[in-house]
Design a protein around this ligand. Sequence first.
Ligand code: UTP
Length: 416
Amino acid sequence: MNQKLEETRSILKKYGQEHLLNHYDALSEENQKKLLNQIETVDFELVETLYNSTKKEEKNTEDKITPIDYLDKYKLNGQYKYYENLGKKAIKEGKLAAVTMAGGQGTRLGHNAPKGTYDIGLDSHKSLFELLSDNLKEEGKKYGVTVPWFIMTSKENNKTTQEFFEKHKYFGYQKNKNLFFFIQSELPMVDTEGKILIGEDGLIKQAADGHGGIYEALVKNGMTKKMKEMGVKWVFIGGVDNCLVKMVDPVLMGIAIDKSVTVACKSVVKANPKEKVGVFCKRNGKPNVIEYSEITDEMAEAIDENGELLYGESHILCNLFSVEAIERMGETPLPYHIAYKKASYLDKDGKLVVPDSPNAYKFEAFLFDAFGAVDEMAVLRVKREEEFAPVKNADSAGVDCPKTARELYKKFYHLN
Ligand code: UTP
């Protein structure tokens, strides 16, 4: 062990992170081992590069942004039935799986447990996980199948998530038969000086690597392999926090099949040009999403010959991929974006510091940065009131909060 400790010290010295061993002696033997293993696996080069990037402007103004074509689900006329039938056939053949990304921290909502366990205040008091599972089971029944469900968790919330599912008898699903959990990767958090934070447990403080970690996590954890063994060809990937998410959509699938694209995404039209959402676009000729912080006022307000916003198709994290596309995306590293967050840590004297304002950088990959890996993808505009009721903020924010989601949910399902 001493030799390992010495080797570790020299790695840390090279990267100016020697403080990580400051509390080593006070740790249990088990945590000492864990810490040394963590240090062995952390990519310090990457952490250094990411920290250095916090000092640079992130915007890439050189990119050529152009509008992307889309279809409107309710203006498909005669084609609607054709696409629907194509999709229905594939679903009946068991070719669809659903993935729910539930590895986020849900900091804006402020719920002290995984976001999927949140009760949005319906009379039934069902959690987001249960609302999603209800819809998935109901839709599967229409086609005589149980759509396999894959849940991505983080190291931080995996145990509580799985315990919650167990307590609720997996909502009728069978673990490891048609319900699978897998954990996304993490990256260390660093302070404003580039020093990696030490968490309350004396170990390196890590945070989930963003929803863009989904592709690598699906591949690395053997989920895509499992999907293929099950005969799955198409995978719907959505967030845990949209209580109206429709994971089974034969029209979306039919379009992907008919157009021979490997990615098909749903959009809702922007509520107004200033709405703070990312919108679909082409970036240097490839499908992408432009974020609200990146789009100019002029672009945000530009309209086409029909009076529709040129950049009006909001990305709502409702995307369908072929299993092969996921595998390809899982092999391609994505850029990391920087978030400045509040993170508690142990200071040099071993005292826990709980900051009341942001103090540390977190690095996250975004799912849509992988879209550029394909030449073409389909974008299908759906109705906001039918498919998008996100729970992002606490009620005090007044938007995308439990109250607004609950109202949309009740309206859609005609509940009182
Ligand atoms: P958000 O980007 O809205 O993040 O995630 P969040 O963690 O839920 O909330 P804030 O930003 O901390 O308030 C959109 C979806 O992506 C998942 C979330 O669980 C949610 O379903 N996600 C996000 C992950 O699975 N992993 C991540 O690392 C980040």
